[in-house]
Design a protein around this ligand. Structure first.
Ligand code: FMN
Length: 184
């Protein structure tokens, strides 16, 4: 399994598939260095922790939480996966985060679930990269804003889908060098 270390691991949660589609687009932009994106409801903590360079993504559902069974994702998602990682040491890992949301419909808690991935990475001692400016988004409040920037790439396939491809390619270009630097 050691060959995994030579790739960038991409893991996502999803309900309706948008966050998976974004993972696939990222993998395509990264090319050979990207592992096949995996849904967190079909993988294990050990599988994820084999990678030192990671991209993790989540949609936003519920209020101030990660998506999972309590937000009506029947097969489970990050909510169920996260406890497997409790207490794991993430130091030495470089992690880029992305989150999906809908700023028109949820302007008061835009992309809120992303902050929970961020907090978990920081608590585990990982280096989080890929912070993203809030310019160009229209919302009232987002818990995913840390020190004036989103704590990862935020994509909105509901109200700003035309901006997605440009955001994706700019962000992937920005995070790629730091992720590649972790590959052996
Ligand atoms: C029931 C429901 C609740 C949602 N709640 C939020 C929310 O609180 N904040 C937000 O930014 N987006 C919210 N969204 C938008 C989704 O996060 C967005 O459509 C996302 O792209 C879905 O990703 P998925 O297809 O991977 O599940 C919600 C969508 C639905 C259907």
């Amino acid at each position: 399994m050691a060959f995994h270390m030579n790739k960038i691991g991409i893991f996502f949660g999803t309900d309706s598939g948008t966050t998976r589609l974004m993972a696939k687009k990222m993998a395509k932009l990264l090319g050979d260095v990207a592992a096949k994106p995996l849904n967190v409801n079909r993988t294990t903590a050990d599988e994820m922790l084999q990678y030192d360079a990671l991209i993790l993504g989540t949609p936003s559902y519920g209020v101030d939480q990660l998506p999972g069974k309590s937000t009506k994702i029947e097969d489970g998602s990050w909510e169920e996966f996260m406890p497997q990682l409790a207490g794991k040491d993430l130091s030495g890992k470089v992690i880029a985060l992305y989150g999906l949301g809908d700023q028109e419909k949820y302007p008061d808690r835009f992309a809120h679930s992303l902050i929970h991935l961020y907090r978990w990475c920081v608590a585990g001692g990982a280096t989080v990269i890929g912070q993203w400016p809030t310019d160009g988004y229209v919302f009232d409040q987002s818990p995913a804003v840390v020190d004036g920037q989103f704590c990862g790439l935020v994509l909105d396939q509901r109200s700003q889908s035309l901006l997605t491809d440009a955001r994706l390619s700019a962000w992937v270009a920005a995070v790629k060098p730091a992720l590649l630097a972790k590959l052996t």
